[in-house]
Design a protein around this ligand. Structure first.
Ligand SMILES: [Cu+2]
Length: 444
């Protein structure tokens, strides 16, 4: 922490110094409090029941397309917004389908290119303790909930609202031989849940979108201000800002981690599958390259990089959709700037067996000295019976003139897409749910 005060984060440093004894006491008394308290309470979803939490902690929204999302939220003084018992009930489904046992930020790791500073905005700056107050215009069409903070009055800072997401689909039913062909189109809607947390000069919009088609989009938007103390005219690792090139802002990386635990259809029984696609030689007649896709179960703890044709899904060990396919959720993930300066940022995803003391992807021993320090060391070859997913998305920030105050939000995130959760998209018009349209196209 002492290095941070020299870099212009003194405002936050002072705030944290005030907070720290209080936080340390809480951690001593309740070592599991930071993140794991509610993770073992999840049970298979009862018919039409919502998640088990108080009204103030419950979020439930039925979207225009007929999809209902339900979840519980609370605020962690380090990680900020924590969502638990997240379930999805598409139109026509008799009960909620549990997706996540829990989801939250793992870390926002910000190393500067000149090697002078390396911040951990979750574990070190305790950004979760500093939610920003939201005005009604910051939460258009929604409601603002109060976020309890370790010191002071609760902050009206959690927005629960809906957002348009553009085209859900557009298609012509003549292509699937509907006798009276129609053009179908729909605009999609998301439930959006977000709060803004400050860490130094930066402010992060910590947001989760839950789409009417079952997709979940966690994302973080970095905004606020560039750190003025990192302006250094002699620095070769920054960009000129303002007139001429006297002032420079130092380039840096934002490595944002999410920590997810799935509970597909309310059961811990699940497996991770890795998909890969390879070139398989050209078709002799057409000259077109054939591609072969394979998949394998990731049985033990592992770390991997997404990228060229490699991706993962979480597959339910118990639940199938009406077509008889196992329900699964696909990780749609790209890491556009993989930071290899630390072992815990060198991989895009880490799958680790659930362990109560593995709370943060780095700086983890700040809270539990008996536990491993970072996610690269959590991977020890244990069997994955209760997997935790650590998702890493990097952004290399080379400042530009437009980043000057207030800095436009830059987003980084990923998606969790349903794969065979329902027999067809829940947004499919009812008249196209007939058997002859489920399994098309084929010749009649
Ligand atoms: Cu930045």
């Amino acid at each position: 922490m002492s290095s941070t005060s020299a870099t212009g984060r003194c405002t936050v440093f002072d705030r944290i110094r005030l907070l720290r004894p209080l936080v340390a006491a809480a951690v001593l008394l309740l070592p599991l409090l930071p993140v794991t308290a509610a993770q073992s309470t999840a049970a298979p979803a009862a018919p039409a029941a919502g998640p088990d939490c108080s009204a103030a902690s419950k979020i439930e929204k039925k979207l225009a397309g007929g999809t209902t999302w339900r979840m519980c939220w609370h605020n962690n003084e380090y990680a900020g917004l924590v969502l638990e018992d997240v379930s999805y009930q598409p139109k026509g489904e008799p009960r909620p389908i549990k997706v996540l046992a829990s989801g939250r930020l793992g870390q926002v790791h910000v190393p500067y290119d000149n090697g002078a500073n390396e911040y951990n905005d979750v574990t070190e700056e305790a950004m979760g303790s500093f939610p920003e107050k939201l005005k009604p215009k910051d939460c258009p069409g929604g409601t603002i909930r109060s976020i309890p903070v370790p010191e002071g009055r609760p902050v009206p800072g959690l927005c629960v609202t809906t957002q348009a997401r553009g085209f859900a689909y557009h298609g012509n039913s003549g292509d699937v031989m509907e006798p009276r062909a129609r053009t179908d189109s729909a605009q999609g809607t998301d439930l959006a849940v977000y709060a803004i947390y400050s860490a130094g000069y930066y402010q992060y919009v910590v947001q989760w979108n839950f789409s009417d088609d079952g997709t979940i989009t966690p994302k973080a938007g970095a905004t606020g201000n560039l750190s003025p103390s990192d302006f250094d005219a002699s620095d070769k690792t920054g960009s000129p800002l303002g007139k001429g090139s006297r002032d420079r802002a130092t380039s840096h990386q934002h490595n944002v981690f999410w920590r997810l635990r799935f509970q597909p259809d309310g059961s811990d029984k699940q497996r991770i599958e890795q998909y890969g696609t390879q070139r398989g030689g050209r078709d002799p007649d057409t000259g077109t390259e054939r591609l072969h896709t394979t998949r394998r179960t990731v049985a033990t703890e592992t770390a991997g990089n997404s990228g060229s044709y490699r991706w993962w899904r979480v597959v339910s060990g118990t639940a199938k959709n009406a077509d008889g396919h196992p329900r699964s959720w696909e990780l749609v993930h790209h890491n556009p700037a993989r930071y290899t300066g630390r072992p815990y940022t060198a991989k895009d995803v880490y799958f680790t067996q659930h362990n109560k003391c593995e709370d943060y992807p780095n700086d983890n021993r700040r809270f539990t000295r008996r536990c491993a320090g970072d996610v690269s060391k959590f991977v020890t070859g244990q069997r994955l019976t209760r997997p935790v997913l650590w998702v890493n998305v990097g952004f290399h920030h080379i400042p530009r003139d437009e980043d000057q105050t207030p800095m436009p939000a830059h987003w980084q995130g990923f998606q969790i897409a349903p794969r065979d959760v329902t027999a067809m998209s829940p947004l499919t018009p009812d008249r196209l749910r007939a058997p002859q349209y489920n399994g098309e196209p084929h010749e009649h």
